[in-house]
Design a protein around this ligand. Structure first.
Ligand code: AOF
Ligand code: ZN
Length: 352
């Protein structure tokens, strides 16, 4: 990013600097929950003089790190922030006060913070202090960055993504038990983004690609495991999770591992599992439908009926399959249609 920092970019190029904010914010991916990812860039005379992002809940916000980076140069500079600066004392003090104290002359905001504690109060505070504020630059990009946070803060429910694999000729590979792939490390990156992942234990018995805790600040999801045969203990060491048991499924000793709790339920179904995730306060959940997942079609239908699902991730694999999986596939197709019309869109105005 040195070239960006030194590159001469007109200070009026708000979109350019906001896109940089989003890029910087993503350095906190998977680590900020329940907080959003936020990036901040301080610009003066067409040069980036400071950058910062929110690394983790409880630690300072993006603006604070960017102001520290810029030092005294922040005076009369413009601050770009992907999310409206907060104006409240939470785990950390208000960013508005830090910006006012640093004497920035202008603040460009990607989107208003949907958190009711903030919701435009940050923008108003800055304006009252005589700072020029622009709101809604690259707003869609900023909303996409924090789609899970926005959904969670507006509904109190986890943002649920359904993930499945298709063959090139359109069959569900989940039904084949056709092995686990991770084209381009995409799956392990996906896992890092979510607070929790729901998997069947039979998927874990394959060589599931998982982020190693050695990777830079890699975030391990919480493993929510549905017991299926075969069970396995191929969950990364030092990770946390739960395996459910019901009247039909005895405790699976093979999966017993430090950090993995066993919870007995009367009946294991998606309803109960998602309620469990909600109670745990997970903001984002990945539902991985590979492996022996039980009545696949029922799961999808139930999920559609209850508006559980928010997003679909489909992995298209270069395999030809003759599998007859008509019904589950139809259910997934209707999920795709449902999400098109009912996917929750935050009602936040970017207007200042
Ligand atoms: C910002 N910049 O980088 C972030 C913000 O408990 P706290 O103090 O961390 O506050 C959490 C809330 O602050 C969070 O719910 C969201 O509304 C906002 N997050 N705001 O100005 C940041 N992460
Ligand atoms: Zn803040």
């Amino acid at each position: 990013w040195t070239s960006v920092r030194c590159g001469l970019k007109g200070e009026n190029d708000d979109g350019f600097y906001m896109r940089r904010c989003v890029e910087v914010a993503r350095k906190g991916i998977g680590c900020t929950s329940p907080n959003p990812m936020v990036g901040c860039v301080i610009v003066k005379d067409g040069k980036i003089i400071g950058e910062g992002f929110h690394p983790k809940a409880g630690q300072p916000h993006g603006e604070v790190f960017a102001l520290r980076d810029a030092g005294d140069l922040a005076e009369h500079a413009t601050a770009y922030v992907s999310l409206e600066p907060c104006n409240h004392f939470g785990r950390t003090p208000p960013c508005t006060e830090a910006l006012i104290k640093a004497k920035v002359k202008k603040v460009v905001v990607g989107m208003v913070d949907p958190n009711p504690i903030v919701a435009s109060k940050g923008v108003n505070r800055l304006r009252d202090a005589g700072i020029e504020v622009i709101v809604g630059v690259e707003e869609e990009l900023c909303k996409k960055l924090n789609e899970a946070y926005i959904h969670y803060i507006l509904t109190g429910k986890p943002f649920v993504t359904v993930r499945y694999s298709l063959s090139v000729n359109g069959h569900l590979l989940d039904q084949l038990g056709g092995g686990v792939t991770d084209s381009g490390g995409y799956y392990s990156q996906l896992l890092q983004e979510y607070d929790a992942v729901i998997v069947s234990s039979s998927l874990l018995s394959e060589n599931l690609p998982i982020p190693s805790s050695q990777e830079h600040g890699a975030n391990q999801p919480f493993w929510v495991i549905i017991p299926r045969t075969p069970t396995s203990s191929k969950i990364p060491l030092h990770s946390k999770g739960v395996i459910f048991t019901d009247n039909e499924t005895a405790t699976a000793p093979e999966i017993a591992q430090e950090g993995i709790e066993t919870v007995a339920l009367d009946q294991i179904n998606l309803n109960v599992i998602l309620e469990y995730c909600e109670r745990q306060g997970f903001c984002s959940v990945l539902l991985d439908l590979r492996g022996n997942f039980g009545d696949f079609e029922e799961i999808i239908k139930e999920g559609i009926k209850k508006h559980y699902f928010n997003k679909i991730v489909v992995e298209l694999l270069p395999l030809w399959s003759e599998c007859d999986d008509g019904n589950p596939l139809l259910a997934l197709r209707s999920l795709e249609r449902t999400l098109e019309v009912t996917n929750l869109q935050p009602k936040i105005s970017g207007q200042s």
